[in-house]
Write a protein that binds this ligand. Structure first.
Ligand code: SAM
Length: 285
């Protein structure tokens, strides 16, 4: 195991660790999932407030240290340590997720949490600052991106605090920030693959028009192939001389988004566009 590869930067500032845990507003009945507990600087503080903690840790040496830390204490029976990779682990039920994870798994962590059922109440997550700022970015600002839109479709996210690298041992190369993520309940009835598929095209070149992004190489071909699949599954006759480019143009004209810039489109705009495409049988996944 290697510090950089597993992102083992331990949070050494006790005030920072305490603020992160306080931000979660834990209730005595809460079951908490912690990803990458390390030596347990957050874990021991979570254990004080919650009913149960499942901590997923990939490095057995870290897990051993954490075990030692609670051994013989009343908290011991509230803690379950799962040794293994979070990305592959079977997750238990949890109300709250708290994590200062290695930044290599930032995206998989967020998307795994968003697809987890039943929905949890809130997640408090520390990320590399740039990634955190992209998660919370609003339409029309520089960091608004496919990531922002995908995450904000399913959750409310906001920035909780900035944490400088001096809070860690060893200090990482980058600055960090903590965000709060609250899933939208009920979740919007939109398939992730469809929304993300549309975003891939629309955000191809963020400052070009939607129309221009649909002209990009391969897009029409892909939509045509999706359309054929959709048509055969739904027993729709495949029209002779079906013109996908024209179909797409029509949707963009009707919805009025043809000349829009994705950099300024909000989630509602993107959902309207997706639904207009679906109405004519055009699919993105
Ligand atoms: N949470 C502790 C803290 O704040 O002091 C440790 C933070 S350290 C940045 C990240 C921890 O995640 C390390 O203990 C590392 O071994 C663990 N880890 C790395 N990759 C992981 C993975 N895929 N699944 C679970 N744990 C992982």
């Amino acid at each position: 195991f290697n510090t950089e590869r597993f992102g083992q930067h331990i949070l050494k500032n006790p005030q920072t660790a305490q603020s992160i845990v306080d931000t979660a507003n834990l209730r005595p009945t809460d079951k908490v999932l912690e990803v990458g507990p390390g030596t347990g600087n957050l874990t021991v503080r979570i254990l004080e407030k919650a009913k149960h903690v499942t901590a997923v840790e990939m490095d057995p040496r870290m897990a051993a240290e954490l075990t030692k830390r609670v051994q013989g204490k009343p908290e011991q029976r509230k803690l379950e340590i799962m040794i293994g990779d979070f990305v592959k682990a079977t997750l238990p039920y949890f109300d709250v997720c708290i994590s200062n994870t290695p930044y290599q798994i930032s995206s998989p962590l967020v998307f795994r949490l968003l697809s987890h059922r039943p929905l949890f109440r809130t997640a408090i997550l520390m990320f590399q600052r740039e990634f955190a700022l992209r998660l919370v970015a609003r339409p029309g600002t520089e960091l608004w991106s496919r990531l922002s839109a995908n995450v904000q479709l399913y959750a409310k996210v906001d920035l909780v605090m900035n944490v400088s690298k001096n809070n860690f041992r060893p200090p990482p190369k980058v600055e960090s920030s903590v965000i709060r993520l609250v899933p939208r309940d009920p979740p919007p009835p939109v398939e992730f693959g469809e929304f993300d598929g549309l975003l891939r095209i629309v955000f191809g070149r963020k400052n070009k028009t939607v129309h221009a992004n649909f002209q990009a190489k391969g897009v029409t071909e892909m939509l045509e192939s999706n359309w054929r699949t959709w048509a055969s599954v739904n027993n729709v006759m495949i029209e002779d001389g079906m013109n996908m480019k024209k179909k797409v143009e029509e949707v963009l004209q009707e919805t009025g988004f043809s000349e829009s810039r994705p950099a300024k489109m909000d989630i509602d705009d993107l959902l309207k566009l997706l639904s207009a495409f679906h109405d004519v049988g055009i699919h993105f996944a």
